[in-house]
Design a protein around this ligand. Structure first.
Ligand code: ADP
Length: 331
């Protein structure tokens, strides 16, 4: 079996060899062309001596024009070959890297989905097993049932995310309605705070009746996913979130920032890809499938908006969304 080193560097060796071969052939051709030129010149001189004519100057001119033409041909074709080869190398290299990335992503996806499916199923099974095998006190039954119920919620969310992301691949029909965005955010914050009472949330909402034409489910998923991530990717006990909402020039600017772990520059574009999770799945501690930000980005795109991520100061991330206030007909 070929070693990874061999697999990684063999294409580069072949490319370098081909480029070196091109240069070598070009030099050889130039040398041969020079030799032919010198021979033709010597022949022309001999002919002049034999025939005692004075036509050497014209012949020499013709030979020089011929040599110049050949030189141009060698350089021109050499350049075309080299450029074509370099473009080919670049394309192959790009395809190779994409293939590696796709395979890593697939591996990450399988690992995370397997984990996300297996662990709630195992917990529910354990709870049911305990009910069967042991006579439990009422409070114990309640505690176990609550845990199992939470796991079914998690499973349901996972299945919903998978179905939604599959739906998004095809045409997704938004249900556009006139919404009070400020009120919707307030509601989301209230239900989020119930689940995460220790998280400090600050808001900066310029208008308490800010209107937007949008799909309610889409907006709820955008806000809840960004809030959840801001807490999930903060391994410290000091968890803070900030929401900024502003309207300008018929556009809505929504910023959700956290003081969490932050995102490395190299991951900032990738985290919006389907199933992408930064780092390595095997070493990652957090639960997730890499679908949340993909769903967020797709909903923003469906609303003709944009999303970007920046680093927060002194630490954390800022997700900045721009949405048009009104929707053009997208049917
Ligand atoms: P999941 O949370 O299921 O992994 P997401 O699509 O929501 O999927 O996020 C993709 C990746 O982006 C995460 O795995 C995480 O590495 C990174 N990420 C998302 N939000 C944040 C955040 N607020 N802070 C730090 N990293 C984040």
């Amino acid at each position: 079996m070929r070693s990874p080193f061999f697999r990684k560097y063999l294409p580069y060796f072949i490319m370098i060899y081909m480029l070196a071969a091109f240069v070598w052939w070009a030099i050889l051709l130039m040398k041969k062309s020079e030799e032919i030129y010198q021979t033709k010149l010597a022949l022309a001189k001999l002919e002049q001596i034999q025939e005692q004519k004075n036509s050497f100057g014209t012949k020499q001119n013709l030979i020089e024009v011929e040599r110049e033409r050949q030189r141009m041909m060698i350089w021109g074709e050499g350049a075309v070959f080299t450029i074509t080869l370099l473009i080919g190398i670049w394309l192959i290299n790009r395809a190779h890297h994409r293939e590696i990335e796709a395979s890593n992503q697939q591996k990450n996806f399988l690992l995370s989905i397997t984990h996300e499916l297996k662990s709630p199923i195992a917990s529910i099974r354990l709870a049911l097993d305990t009910f069967l095998k042991r006579d439990l006190e009422n409070y114990q039954v309640k505690k176990l049932s609550k845990g199992a119920l939470n796991e079914t919620v998690r499973l349901n969310e996972l299945v919903n995310d998978l179905l939604l992301s599959a739906k998004m691949e095809n045409k997704y029909d938004l249900e556009i309605e006139n919404l009070n965005l400020s009120a919707l955010i307030e509601q989301q914050v209230i239900s989020f705070s119930k689940m995460h009472p220790n998280v400090e949330i600050t808001k900066n909402i310029s208008d308490s009746t800010m209107k937007i034409q949008a799909d309610r489910q889409g907006l709820v998923l955008i806000i809840s996913n960004l809030l959840e991530n801001g807490v999930k990717y903060n391994y410290s006990n000091d968890k803070k979130l900030n929401i900024n909402l502003l309207e300008k020039n018929n556009k809505i600017f929504l910023e959700i920032s956290d003081n969490g772990n932050g995102i490395l520059e190299k991951y900032k574009n990738k985290i919006f890809e389907k199933f992408y999770r930064a780092g390595n799945e095997e070493t990652r501690k957090t639960k997730g499938t890499g679908l949340g930000l993909y769903i967020v980005k797709e909903f923003v795109k469906f609303h003709q908006g944009t999303i970007e991520v920046k680093s927060n100061q002194p630490k954390g991330s800022i997700f900045k969304i721009t949405l048009p206030k009104t929707q053009k007909d997208n049917k």
